[in-house]
Design a protein around this ligand. Structure first.
Ligand SMILES: [Zn+2]
Length: 146
């Protein structure tokens, strides 16, 4: 693995931090808000925060596009939580409420929910509509971010 610092976007204040790869696994804190950069939970993002994460993060960003009224989305939520605990700190997991971020969902042509999408260096590399279990989410994300 490279020793060049990685750009890691804080899930709380969305500031870009520079973290050495060797420090990723040692619970790094945000230099600005001093909260943990990895919490084991997906970060809830609005459109502005989403653009910061996808545009600046040098970690793959796994997005769950969901909505509160969607039954399969609510069923998948604990699976996505469990996947976050397994995939962090190699992958950043985030959730986008498509009811609130309608413009963002339209920009990315989200036609059904839940939809998982994986972004690497600002580019979408894979997309999977439909609910998945935690093990399948982890497998799918690793297969496409390696
Ligand atoms: Zn922060």
């Amino acid at each position: 693995m490279s020793t060049e610092p990685l750009h890691i976007v804080c899930p709380h204040c969305h500031t870009t931090n520079r973290i050495a790869p060797a420090d990723l696994g040692h619970a790094p804190d945000c230099g600005k808000c001093h909260r943990p950069l990895f919490t084991g939970h997906p970060a809830e993002l609005d459109e502005a925060a989403f653009d910061k994460h996808v545009g600046r993060s040098q970690l793959p960003v796994l997005v769950d596009f969901w909505a509160p009224w969607c039954g399969p989305c609510r069923m998948m939520a604990p699976q996505f939580e469990a996947a976050a605990r397994q995939l962090e700190p190699q992958v950043r997991l985030v959730k986008v409420n498509t009811e609130e971020a309608q413009n963002l969902a339209a920009r990315h042509h989200i036609r059904s929910i839940p939809t998982l999408a994986l972004f690497v260096n600002g580019r979408e590399v894979a997309r999977q509509p439909g609910a998945m279990g935690a093990a399948d989410i982890v497998r799918w994300a690793r297969a496409h971010s390696a």
